[in-house]
Design a protein around this ligand. Structure first.
Ligand code: 1KG
Length: 432
């Protein structure tokens, strides 16, 4: 990875010193201008669907009414492969797009409470149809972004939320992701729980930061199939960066032995990956089939209405002056414009506190699963998160994403952000 010209700059070396006395909240660190992104973190929800054709693909793999049990099963496995491909395809957008567009990972603007970001992916393919995005900053301390993505044409709905907790080692920033995504294919009658891998930021000493994924993440289907994805960077499996190995099993019990894998996929999530049947590691060398080429398919970017048509709570309108100041590297103006927004927010919080009113989130509710479980009979409308967490043996608590039941994190609160369709349907001010 290239060493930036900034590596020796005094601003970067003093910044690196400052992160040694790090307090856990990345947004509190004053980073040098050249590492600041003009984009708010609330916009990162769009990375979940820059390949909408892959997001809806599983919906086309429906058995017809006279399919045999085998055909039904083969199609269920094909849907698991399709959902795994969609998820792997999101990773380049999620974790490389700033490096590709701005030369390095950047520090995003820290969204204010109630900040929203909406848009749509438009296409002239009427089988695919339009896909819409709603994103809302549902918490400022700690920063939590919730999102909902819908493709009505295919009856496909994705919702989720993200929170991060960071620690610093001598040369890298280690990030645990909290939250998960829930994906529903309502025509097929199937749902998926998707967890988020831990990551770390490399390249800090070279002032050319980039994200590397690590650990394990899961995709659990309501039909039992589960994909277990292991991540590594340079120096592990193949010495290449952004490496992963995904294994698909019939069910969670089978995951105790890698020999039980029905399908194995491996390669680089930011480049090419290959697929083979069974548990052997696929590779281009032994002629295994190409699974996905992340560089070959250009992402479809979200359409966002012009700033003059946006509501004041919409991200690009709210941050316009700060964003322009960052683009012109005018540190004083950045500080001046950011302070305006931050002081306004402090004022609002103070008024709410004095009036004894609590901030109401707009399109998402914080669902307390401990209440839900204690209320007992929910057989009437079983919650898909609870059933998928049980199938995958994953914790329902506010643990790092992908924590297993009975792991050391499997305790404490169990509150998760959920999309409230009724609130969106009653929305009268914010338009897509
Ligand atoms: C504040 C310290 C600093 O500026 O260090 C310089 C570097 C830019 C490293 C810190 C920032 O790195 C950014 C990378 C961001 C993550 C990128 C992608 C995602 C996926 C998305 O679905 C959810 C959000 C998440 C996890 C971003 C979270 C915020 C990260 C870690 C930024 C760091 C402040």
């Amino acid at each position: 990875m290239a060493t930036s010209a900034y590596a020796q700059s005094s601003s970067w070396t003093s910044f690196l010193k400052s992160i040694v006395s790090f307090n856990g909240d990345l947004s509190s660190l004053t980073a040098p201008v050249f590492i600041l992104s003009p984009t708010s973190l609330s916009e990162y929800s769009q990375y979940w669907s820059e390949h909408p054709e892959l997001l809806v693909a599983a919906n086309q793999l429906k058995p017809d009414e006279n399919a045999t049990k085998d055909e039904v099963d083969v199609l269920a496995l094909k849907r698991q492969i399709a959902v795994t491909k969609w998820f792997i395809a999101t990773l380049r957008s999620q974790y490389c797009s700033r490096n590709e567009s701005m030369g390095a990972e950047k520090k995003p603007l820290n969204p204010f409470l109630g900040e929203v970001f909406v848009g749509k992916w438009e296409t002239d393919d009427e089988k695919l149809g339009e896909t819409i995005l709603l994103s809302e900053q549902v918490s400022h301390h700690p920063p939590v972004t919730a999102y909902a993505i819908a493709n009505k044409t295919n009856n496909v709905y994705l919702q989720g939320y993200n929170e991060i907790r960071s620690t610093i080692s001598t040369t890298s920033i280690n990030v645990k992701q909290y939250g998960h995504a829930l994906l529903e294919y309502r025509d097929v009658g199937e749902s998926y729980l998707i967890t988020l891998p831990p990551l770390h930021i490399e390249g800090l000493l070279a002032a050319s930061p980039f994200v590397e994924l690590e650990g394990t993440s899961y995709i659990q289907s309501s039909n039992g199939y589960i994909t277990v994805i292991e991540y590594s960077g340079r120096g592990y499996f193949s010495g290449k960066k952004n490496t992963f190995k995904a294994r698909i099993y019939k069910d969670q019990i089978s995951t105790i032995n890698k020999q039980n894998a029905l399908i194995t996929i491996s390669g680089q999530w930011s480049d090419k990956s290959y697929i083979s049947k069974g548990s052997s590691t696929p590779h281009s060398k032994n002629g295994d089939e190409l699974f996905y080429d992340a560089l070959a398919s250009e992402p479809l970017h979200l359409s966002v209405k012009p700033i003059e048509e946006q509501h004041e709570l919409e991200s690009r309108k709210a941050w316009l002056k700060v964003s322009e100041a960052i683009k012109s590297s005018d540190y004083d103006l950045i500080h001046q414009e950011k302070s305006l927004i931050e002081n306004n927010q402090r004022e609002l919080r103070k008024k709410e506190k004095d009036a004894g009113i609590k901030w109401e989130t707009r399109w998402f509710d914080l669902k307390d699963y401990e209440d839900w479980i204690n209320e007992g009979d929910n057989e009437s409308n079983p919650d898909i998160f609870l059933s998928l967490a049980s199938l995958s043996n994953l914790s329902i608590h506010n643990a790092p994403s992908g924590s297993l039941k009975n792991s050391k994190y499997d305790e404490g609160e169990a509150k998760h952000w959920r999309f409230n369709l009724k609130k969106w349907e009653e929305e009268s001010e914010i338009k897509i």
